[in-house]
Design a protein around this ligand. Sequence first.
Ligand code: NOJ
Length: 794
Amino acid sequence: MNLCIKISSFALVFLFSQFSQAEATMFRDVVHPHTNQKLSKNDWRNESRAMDTFIDDLLSKMTLDEKIGQLDLQSGYRGVTGPFVNAAYEQQIRNGSVGAIFNAYGAQFGKRLQTIAVEQTRLGIPIIIGHDVIHGHKTIFPQSIGEAASWDLDAIKHSARIAAKEASADGIMWTFAPMADMVRDPRWGRVSESAGEDPFLTSAVSVARVKGFQGENISLNDTIMATAKHFVGYGASQGGRDYNTTDISENRLWNLYLPPFKAMLDAGVTTFMTGFNDLNGIPVTANQYLLETVLRDKWGFKGFVVTDYTAVNELVAHGYARDEKHGAQIAFNSGADMDMVGQTYLKYLKPLIAENKVTEARLNEAVRRVLEMKWRLGLFEDPYRYHDESRAAQRILTKENLEAATDMARRSMVLLKNQNQALPIDSNKVDSIALIGPLADNRFDMIGNWAGAGNRDSQPVTVREGLSNLLDDKVKIRYAKGATHSYLLSHTGMSSLMGIDVPVSGQTKQDLQSDIDEALKIAKASDVVVMVLGEDQRMSGEASSRTELTLPGNQQALMEALRSLNKPLILVVMSGRPNDLRWADSNVDAILHAWYPGTMGGQAVADVLLGKYNPAGKLPMTFPRTVGQVPLFYNHKNTGRPIASSNPAHTPAEYTSRYDDSLNTPLYAFGHGLSYTQFKYDAPTLSSTRLDQNGELTLTVKVTNIGDRAGEEVIQLYTHQKVGSITRPVKELKGFQKLAFEVGETKTVAFTLTPDDLAFYRADMSWGTEPGEFEVMVGGASNKVQTLTFTLVD
Ligand code: NOJ
């Protein structure tokens, strides 16, 4: 697939700090009812007079209770995603005190709930039905981080489009995705739900997802509203521990964490979700600066903001609200329009209005935003437009959807190591394969976490099945589980791989050894050994942080035992995060990272192992050597005492920024990923060594496929501003192109660079460029680049 991002147009996304003269004349002279500030953007309500008239009329008929009910989001019981579920939600819909519900998918079930809202409430206002459709609804695509590893925006958009088609046929009209939290700490379980550590890639991937979910127009009944989450900074949870405090400097917030959200907003995302996190001392759910000043006043967001699950109630535990009533007051007054699950608005907004602590104008504003979305979804026209069971039967888990899932899974895989071309396995040259590991014949974990309404028991194709589908009887597959991939010990000491006394899995030391013995037996009898190891999918996702990145259970012991046989040893890793693969990197012949590859994952892995597909994925997140290096990311600063890049072993060692017991470099860098073929980069050239403020530069590089099979390569462009008013990262991704090459084919690849691509929030927090010397780098990974220099002139 040919894919190209034009960096100069992409950079427009970031040009939001200054409004143009033309825009300024369009501003309406409207005072914000809550903040008393002048509204800074033209109000999109004027787009539709019919909608305005309808909502004005409806609002005039609504009681205070009915209005407050619109701001309440309840959870049903289908795939519960938090600690509290309200069993009385059906009755509450009937009372008119539910505006939206989630965890309630299914065309028939949704229709029943919608019927209550439409036929049994006084005003018959339909409800919005949401769900966490993160990487597929029933056809499950690879875990989000795996999709990002494809660097294939068309495929990612297509995956979200299919998810929306399935979900909207199954009663859903709203998803809580994309998660655009930037991540730098693989201990945090939610890195699996992210697009990795880079703001440019995260922006591009998130925009592709928004476009896929929302399609051309959310009024079409095969599209769903997307949610930009978690606004903002949740990915910086200290120590990688979920829900933990975040502390992000203003500069870092604006240069790194906010851009993906602005990009989604510009792409038309309809809702935002606040995070659980305390950011610089103010929990984001009650952060007026973020929710009003940034989101509404500076950016002009017109949709509604929903809190995360019980995040308003949690303001009390944060120590930011005295009690839940106070929490409701400050969250609502700060701009959080809808309360997820916690029912604080339901309980307290009415008394708060009576006490003049919340204005009716603010209430009307929030209710209007929710009603506008209901209008735009077409719910007032036809509340049952997402509840046609025949559509569900036609649209879900179709052959076409499953093929797209196979395609996306193959695209997501990253070949981390391939010594002596151990992969692909040539089925004409081997008689037998030992397929070993707890994830080799496993359906449950295949679809990962946040797997929508995906079936884990019978639907996913396992690696064992995938290989059998491709191999005829001439190649024998022998299978053994070999090890467990779950924690072996209860919480105290679960990091220890050895010395197992009371395994939580219920297995004794003897059981574990006999699993290894069984694996050794089949490995001895086979020509090549393929291990499919990794993490139990429950170790990733929400509330799933780890202190170690090693492969859990007794998988290390299994690998070591198998290595002793000196057979060709292949490792396939399934996991939602970068793991510590040091031992494997030094001891196995090839490593393929498959993330959690989804419903068709086993087929996709088999296609790659046997060379039916040539992998082209690139890491969206750095793989450290050891957890002790965390946080480790490619776009770091240089420090005053950097080690010389020409001397990574940093000798002599004194007084440089380094570790005594590890290299600074990662095990696998951001952007790294091998292919079964090889690409040669010629020396790049620049159209000029000078860039004017109104000009542009073109970097050109010839790339040739010098291997013996066709393949794809992601050509990456980075820049570095040598001196700045604040210190600048050593590299920043500014563009990429994923291109297909036939054997022997050369392509001339051009990237256009304009000053916009070099703009950033400067020391005084203004947006713009700074003249001076720049490096521009191009290559196939962040640590495999060729560098040129140019000057940006005033
Ligand atoms: C909590 C998670 O943080 C959020 O991402 C998710 O959308 C909600 N639960 C609803 O399941």
